[in-house]
Design a protein around this ligand. Structure first.
Ligand SMILES: Nc1ncnc2c1ncn2[C@@H]1O[C@H](COP(=O)(O)OP(=O)(O)OP(=O)(O)O)[C@@H](O)[C@H]1O
Ligand SMILES: [Mg+2]
Length: 232
């Protein structure tokens, strides 16, 4: 049964942007994720900390499909990814997730606006809507005047702002960010974090932010830590 917001059942329906139940992942004989459980509410921002090699990136990679988990369950927006066909899996991930990497990963031959637009093309967003959203996001990240510049003509902070806009263009309900300020100085990193917080609030997008830096957790509602392959 689907509950409308005014339905008497609405309050009893728990909605999560992301649910992870007992996810395991090994590389060869080495167990990296040993039963990870995590729930992120709609629009909730969670910082994920933990020592180098503890499996933070591996967890993000399992959520977005760069790595396959060995067993467990991952749900996006209440929909389980288990038993989905590869095609449906790709579709739901493309629609639901935006990914921000430490090293930006912009396409060097595309301009800032073309980089931002690209994921929206992959989900067949109509051109007019795409262009409107690109303009709005360029304005939100303060780079309207740099729309036609390619990444090599942009600073590190500007590249990461473009990467954040790119992660949001297709209206995902979850952003995975792996050390997004790791290659920026602290002032510019701080601005990038403010932008992530503002956009997460404006678009009600949940954020799972991997960081080594306690200061970066200020934009999050909750801080969790990876230890011995589990979250504590
Ligand atoms: N593709 C792979 N093949 C084999 N081992 C891997 C692979 N990817 C990661 N690992 C191993 O899994 C462990 C967890 O790696 P992961 O990159 O998830 O750690 P991390 O917590 O993100 O560390 P960091 O903070 O340094 O980024 C490490 O021991 C790493 O060497
Ligand atoms: Mg990592």
């Amino acid at each position: 049964m689907i509950s409308s917001p005014s339905s008497p059942h609405a309050e009893s329906v728990q909605k999560f942007a992301l649910e992870i139940n007992s996810v395991h992942k090994s590389f060869g004989q080495v167990g990296v994720l040993k039963g990870v459980d995590l729930k992120l509410g709609i629009g909730e921002r969670v910082a994920l900390m933990g020592p180098s090699g503890s499996g933070k990136s591996t967890l993000l990679n399992c959520i977005c499909g760069i790595e396959s988990m060995d067993h467990g369950e991952i749900k996006l927006g209440g929909v389980s990814l288990n038993d989905m066909s590869p095609k449906n899996l790709e579709q739901i991930r493309r629609h639901s997730i935006g990914y921000v990497f430490q090293s930006f990963h912009l396409l060097p031959t595309l301009s800032a606006m073309e980089n931002i637009e690209f994921p929206a093309q992959l989900v067949d967003m109509p051109k007019r809507e795409r262009r409107e959203r690109v303009e709005k996001l360029l304005d939100a990240i303060g780079l309207s005047h740099r729309a036609h510049h390619k990444p090599d003509a942009l600073s590190g902070g500007e590249c990461q702002r473009v990467a954040i806009a790119r992660a949001l263009i297709h209206l995902p309900n979850l952003i995975l960010a792996d050390e997004p300020t790791g290659s920026l100085d602290s002032d510019i990193g701080g601005q990038v974090l403010d932008l992530l917080e503002d956009l997460s609030k404006e678009f009600q997008v949940a954020l799972l932010l991997v960081t080594h830096d306690q200061v970066s957790t200020r934009i999050c509602n909750r801080v969790i830590s990876m230890k011995d392959g589990m979250l504590v």
